[in-house]
Design a protein around this ligand. Structure first.
Ligand code: FES
Length: 137
């Protein structure tokens, strides 16, 4: 709770503090808990529903803790045209990683693409995607 209050204090005086604050909370705790939502709403003079709405709208925020590694899979048009949906459907061990959908990683010509941490993995096929998941799990 003390760390949450420090994060809030670091953002409270800034313009448009909610999104960067939520990103920091997500990074620190791995999720944005119900208690954090209530505390942030009170500190920023917002309703709980306003903060809850932002948390539930953006895929980067999670209300439940999930320790699985995250693989962000691009499902935008260019990667779809290159078969990302079939790759995702055939992916083994889907329970071992949290697969999140993103829309364009900026490397459309070399898709299908995925991102782990800050690294983009391009030209994925079934073998490469499977190997990538294997390294994460
Ligand atoms: S559509 Fe997938 S990287 Fe742009």
């Amino acid at each position: 709770m003390e760390r949450l209050n420090q994060i809030i204090a670091a953002h409270a005086g800034r313009e448009g503090p909610l999104l960067p604050l939520l990103h920091n909370v997500q990074a620190e705790y791995g999720h944005v808990s119900e208690e954090a939502i209530r505390t942030i709403a009170l500190a920023l003079n917002l309703s709980r529903a306003e903060v809850q709405g932002v948390v539930s709208f953006y895929h980067d925020f999670h209300e439940e803790a999930d320790a699985r590694p995250v693989l962000k899979l691009c499902r935008a048009e260019a990667c779809q045209a290159r078969g990302v949906d079939a790759l995702a459907a055939a992916l083994p061990d889907q329970e071992r990683v949290r697969i999140e959908t993103v829309y364009c990683l900026g490397l459309c010509s070399v898709g299908p693409n995925a991102m782990v941490g800050n690294k983009v993995h391009a030209r994925l096929d079934a073998a490469r995607l499977g190997a990538l998941v294997e390294t994460l799990a």
